[in-house]
Design a protein around this ligand. Structure first.
Ligand code: UD1
Length: 306
């Protein structure tokens, strides 16, 4: 089979490409806006440098492909607040381009990386796919609208599409270099360097962390058969930031100073997924516990220092 991974040089995309490359022909499209070619070092994939904004390039690259994993995006809520148009172009026009190119190339299925951000501030927990979405940020709007485009292309043109609402994904290759990077990548980097970590707010906010290997398995399941629709991809368990910090220090075998700063504007308080639909429809269940995943992440962040 030939599979395309957009954003395949990024954190999640590179793990999907790596898993596929064992058995399939894989073409990665990435503009290296946040991805790095080193993320693909050692894997047998074809790398096409380019953006999902480039429809002719997508059409050319998708020829003969069986499926597309669409991970390319500006994956930052604060960036979308600062520049909604850039997020719209990369995330929504980009997704429409991917769907158009997939349709025209006769691709069987697109699996789209959506986000738990689509649920917004609704206090009801756990989040179920049937709840009314309340997207707040332009990022969340772009992901929700992408889901709707995918469903529309299924109905109108027979292009199969499944959308995965990722919760807080973590694991090796998540880039800690931006202040908006995932909290686990930042904490791993600081703890290994023996530097203080900062918890925003009282640290009692919760997140549903899911290890990247489980996210990869969910993608592979979603690509199988004709399964369509939206699916929460998470562990279905919550962890407070305070507990996370402690668990990570234990896993790294070192303690660093924990500083507290004001809660981040726009931060949601609690996040937890109901993953029944993914279990029942995709036959997927997360296999990695938080502690195991953290140990692997810390080991990969700097094997010399552990
Ligand atoms: C995450 C996703 C976002 C998605 C959203 C959906 C990442 C990077 N972002 O945002 O794409 O739309 O879920 O709900 O995965 N924190 C600290 N100290 C730090 C960094 C963060 O205390 O140094 C706190 C934050 O204030 C927040 C929590 O850790 O309460 C998680 O933050 P973060 O990893 O940035 O993810 P989300 O904001 O949940």
């Amino acid at each position: 089979m030939k599979y395309i991974v957009t954003g395949g040089a990024g954190f999640i995309g590179s793990h999907i490409a790596e898993a596929l490359a064992e058995r399939h022909e894989v073409v990665v499209i990435d503009d290296f806006s946040t991805g790095h070619p080193e993320n693909l070092r050692g894997f047998d994939v074809t790398l096409v440098e380019g953006s999902v904004a480039d429809l002719p390039l997508l059409k050319e690259t998708f020829a003969g492909a069986d499926g597309v994993f669409h991970e390319a995006a500006i994956a930052s809520v604060p960036k979308s607040v600062a520049d909604p148009l850039a997020t719209h172009e990369a995330n929504l026009t980009g997704t429409l381009n991917v769907l158009l190119a997939a349709r025209d190339a006769g691709v069987r299925k697109v699996v789209f990386a959506s986000s738990s951000a689509v649920y917004g501030e609704s206090p009801e927990l756990p989040k179920r796919e049937g709840m009314l979405p309340e997207p707040l940020s332009p990022y969340a709007v772009s992901k929700l609208a992408g889901e709707h485009y995918a469903a529309s292309f299924s109905r109108l043109y027979g292009l199969h599409a499944a959308c995965l609402r990722y919760f807080n994904v973590f694991g090796p290759r998540q880039d800690p270099s931006s202040p908006y990077s995932g909290v686990i990548s930042i904490f791993a980097d600081r703890i290994l360097a023996g530097e203080p970590i900062t918890i925003y707010g009282d640290g009692e906010q919760t997140r549903d962390f899911v290890y990247v290997a489980d996210v990869v398995r969910a993608n592979l399941r979603a690509m199988e058969g004709n399964v369509e629709g939206v699916f929460n991809i998470a562990c279905g368990r919550t962890t407070t930031l305070n507990a996370l910090a402690e668990t990570m220090m234990r896993a790294a075998g070192r303690t660093v100073e924990v500083r507290h700063a004001e809660a981040r504007a726009g931060d949601i308080r609690h996040s937890c997924a109901d993953i029944t639909r993914a279990r029942e429809t995709l036959g997927w269940t997360p296999a990695w516990g938080l502690e195991e995943g953290l140990a692997r992440t810390i080991q990969a962040a700097d094997p010399q220092r552990v």
